[in-house]
Design a protein around this ligand. Sequence first.
Ligand SMILES: [Zn+2]
Ligand SMILES: [Zn+2]
Length: 339
Amino acid sequence: MDDLAYGTRNKRGDWAPNEPATPAPLFVFPPQPLELLKWLPHYFFPYNALFAASAVAWWYWVLPGTEVMKTLAWGWILRLFVANCVALFLFFGVFELRLYILRGQGNRFKYNARWPSEQKSAAFFFQSQNIDSLLRTFGTGMPIWTAIEVAILYAYANGYVPWLTFAGHPWYLFGLALVVPLIHETHFFLLHRALHWGPLYKWVHAVHHNSVNPSPFSSLSMHPVEQFGYLGVAFWHLIIPSNPILALYQLHFAGFGAIPGHIGFDRIEVGGNAAIDSHAYAHYLHHKYFEVNYADGLVPFDKWLGTFHDGSPKGEARMRARYEKKKARVNAAANREGR
Ligand SMILES: [Zn+2]
Ligand SMILES: [Zn+2]
């Protein structure tokens, strides 16, 4: 495919789409019903439907019966841990293999011209973004993921929290399933915004930002504190009356769903002249510029708070103006202290 029909490439070889990033037409005023209708299928496909289906699959094929989950025993917990690791490795690995190892579509639709494997950095274990990401993802990420999952299932199995059944509360649970992405977006935005506060950034979130040029395994490459806070979004289903399958969906949405923002490519080519939108641009810009796009654009938090960057020259100018203002504020405070 000719990516220059959809965007431009600068002198360094970085590609940028012609269309600026736009938040979902869900919470816009005035309402845009036509845009909303056009966008609606993207709310379900491919990602959300996949993560919901995976939650159901885990419930029936990976997890044991409720009686077994009433007690913490190595057998079922290890089985769950291995299933989680294998599934994540395969899911992220497909993108890694196709786009970064085989380089199946070369540089087409790739935001950053450089390849992480060719950029050694002292910020990473063994100077390698990929080794660092794999160690963090499987060394701390997956144990934390599984521990959260086990805690939630254990609480449900023992009746510590209300367990609503699909037969008893079909409409309520269906509605709750629909807002799972909104719960994720709100939780992620608040956590992420807090992690950009000076000390927390330095101690915790800087690890994730070592990947300035993110690739698939950067997705969960975080400090353990951030992994716990991020994947802990599933704990909301112990507070909101819910069902363990929806808690699993929430967890999979965060865990498996971390990948779209870190693919590094705007579109993934599938066959001759077709390509799937990766929805990666807004979060790619976050990794590039740090203090923009704290949320993923489902709820326009960044637009409301003035931190949205859509990738256009206008967006760039807005960001620069904001940085200048901030610099002036910091300088003024320093001058006051110096007096
Ligand atoms: Zn990220
Ligand atoms: Zn960040």
